[in-house]
Design a binder for this molecule. Structure first.
Ligand SMILES: *Cc1c(COP(=O)(O)O)cnc(C)c1O
Length: 455
């Protein structure tokens, strides 16, 4: 008899599988998030020396905790950037959980790495990056940006040995994701904040900023966004990328949200400039229909990233001493992590089983819905577009509303379990925003939401 914690419990296994079956077979409830959480659930004597009956705790979790989470994968979740995992991806995630799969090194997890690398190569290929491009799946776009900019910084230090490290900068625009600014803060690099016309970072804007800057030589890299989170704007990837390459600047493309549009027949060509990227991030847990947490981090030249980011320790030497140098690929070498869940596998399984065409159709569906939503907005008098639709994001205003009215309306929609739509800001003004992503979001829902803003 070993430790009873490790005993197989058939009844609990059935209960948990039944719970999961229920979740994936029925429409996803939106639920209430924190709006309904008064009073707080009584966690009182849940934690004890003796432990509790798992069925009771599961029931507590189901009835007292999950209603206070807005389900990101509901087709009615249109706030922030939603998450819309396919059934195949969710099911495979259970396999990842139950198999103790490790995704750290080639020695331990070659079988995982081979599959994940197939998915990464697919994305690298669609991005037009050369053969040999690769990297690893990390927890999110934020971590992907941090790793990419760390590599870019160190490459810049070598390229500009005459400049003090503390003087080096990356050129970014005001509309770069907050995680880009945070990453630069972490790695001790100042931004050169480039002013843009209509929030799109272009080569002309960069050239102007450099021409007006007293120390343009301190700029070692450029960060472009392929689909800003707030508005879906695609920067001038072609112009910025070709400029960066011509001037030996690290070119990072943050496509955490919009990179998926590489698969769109209408918008894919707008992302062609990603082919210039030294590093590129796209989140399968956003618009590539995988569960959290999964971001693809891809380097044009992974060897450079490995030299900078691989962790060295005597107990790890064995990971780097394979005879099989040709194949050896340690995901741990490409980001700021060591132990790693095999988090790329649910995406890989979904991609391989559903096929690339289903992915293309799925991505296109959100873009097409955004454009139909814009048409509906044009038809109503009480709402109007704030700017043209970009990718699958729609920014619009309710004429005459104060910020408080937007907030109250947003809460009421959630209380009524119609949709989760949160206000955003555009040039200082509070506005409404749709972020479409789930292929099952309907035109009827969009119309109902617009109607709900009448009064
Ligand atoms: C969402 C997003 C991020 C952050 O990604 P996480 O996966 O949430 O860490 C970074 N950049 C852009 C453009 C995003 O949309």
């Amino acid at each position: 008899m070993g430790n009873p914690m490790f005993n197989y419990n058939e009844a609990l296994t059935d209960e948990i599988f039944e719970y999961c079956r229920e979740r994936i077979s029925k429409p996803v409830p939106l639920d209430f998030g924190s709006l309904s959480i008064d009073p707080l659930p009584d966690m009182g004597d849940l934690l004890s020396a003796e432990g509790r009956d798992p069925s009771d705790v599961l029931e507590f979790f189901r009835s007292k905790l999950t209603p206070h989470v807005v389900s990101m994968d509901s087709p009615e979740f249109l706030a922030f950037i939603p998450n819309a995992p396919t059934k195949n991806a969710l099911l495979f995630d259970m396999i990842v959980a139950c198999s103790g799969l490790n995704g750290t090194s080639w020695l331990e997890s070659a079988g995982v790495v081979i599959a994940e690398n197939q998915a990464l190569s697919f994305l690298a290929n669609r991005a037009g990056l050369p053969q040999g491009a690769g990297g690893a799946f990390v927890s999110g776009g934020s971590m992907g940006n941090l790793a990419s900019l760390t590599v870019g910084r160190d490459v810049g230090r070598v390229r500009r040995p005459e400049i003090a490290s503390s003087e080096l900068r990356f050129a970014i625009s005001d509309d770069a994701h907050s995680s880009v600014g945070k990453s630069l803060h972490v790695i001790g690099i100042e931004p050169l904040l480039v002013e843009t016309d209509d929030h799109r970072f272009t080569r002309e804007a960069l050239e102007l900023a450099l021409a007006n800057d007293p120390h343009p030589e301190t700029v070692i890299g450029v960060v472009a966004t392929a689909g800003t989170t707030n508005a879906g704007i695609i920067d001038d990837l072609e112009g910025l990328g070709s400029f960066a390459r011509a001037h030996d600047l690290w070119f990072h493309v943050d496509g955490a949200y919009g990179g998926a549009a590489l698969l769109s027949s209408s918008h894919g060509p707008l992302l062609a400039g990603i082919r210039h990227a030294d590093s590129f991030v796209v989140d399968p847990h956003k618009w590539l229909f995988a569960p959290l947490d999964c971001a693809a981090l891809i380097y044009r030249n992974p060897t450079v990233a490995r030299k900078i980011l691989a962790q060295q320790a005597s107990y790890l030497d064995v990971l780097h001493s394979s005879d099989d140098e040709h194949y050896e690929w340690n995901p741990s070498d490409f980001a700021i992590h060591l132990s790693r869940r095999a988090r790329g596998l649910p995406f890989w399984f979904s991609l391989v089983t559903n096929g690339t065409r289903a992915y293309e159709t799925g991505v296109q569906a959100a873009i097409d819905l955004a454009s139909r939503a814009a048409t509906m907005i044009d038809e109503f008098d009480h709402v109007e577009l704030v700017r043209p639709v970009s990718l699958s994001i729609v920014l619009f205003r309710r004429r005459g509303w104060s910020p408080e009215q937007y907030l109250e309306w947003s809460h009421q929609l959630l209380r009524d379990q119609i949709a989760f739509v949160t206000p955003s800001k555009w040039e200082g003004e509070t506005v409404a925003r749709f972020a479409f992503l789930h292929p099952d979001t309907t035109d009827e829902l969009v119309r109902t939401i617009l109607e709900s803003m009448r009064d």
